[in-house]
Design a protein around this ligand. Structure first.
Ligand code: AMP
Length: 119
């Protein structure tokens, strides 16, 4: 799947659409999900044209992969999710239920999250 530069997260990265920003650095941007599924629900996206974890892990430069993953950890610590525990999740493609075709890691926390998958 080729990258669609008009996806909503690309527009957020370009500043064309606002977001409720949590963190930003040269590699990544984190913001609150517009439709939260838990008391804390934050999305962390890389600064680069990657549809999903699939092309990110196969084509992104090592510095971006490292910087992005460090940002995910940093945001979880900043949100004080580590001690109580939290969940990170990335949906990929149709079976994964991915809606926005720009890689994003969801961070969920703030309560006991229950089973990993709904049945
Ligand atoms: P996914 O199903 O993994 O692609 O998740 C996409 C997520 O993006 C959903 O949880 C949406 O609520 C969220 N979302 C969509 N548009 C926005 C937006 N403009 N700002 C913040 N979150 C958004």
């Amino acid at each position: 799947m080729s990258y669609d530069p008009n996806n909503i997260f690309a527009k957020i990265l370009r500043g064309e659409i606002p977001c409720d920003k949590v963190y930003e650095d040269e590699f990544s941007l984190a913001f609150h999900d517009i439709n939260p599924q838990a008391p804390v629900h934050v999305l962390v996206i890389p600064k680069g044209d990657y549809v999903s974890m699939d092309d990110f892990t196969s084509s992104a430069p090592a510095a971006l992969i490292a910087g992005y993953m460090r940002a995910v950890g940093h945001v979880a610590r900043e949100l004080e999710l580590v001690t109580p525990g939290y969940r990170m999740l990335a949906n990929i493609g149709a079976n994964g239920g991915q809606e926005v075709p720009h890689l994003h890691i969801h961070l969920f926390g703030g309560k006991k999250l229950g089973p990993m998958l709904s049945r």
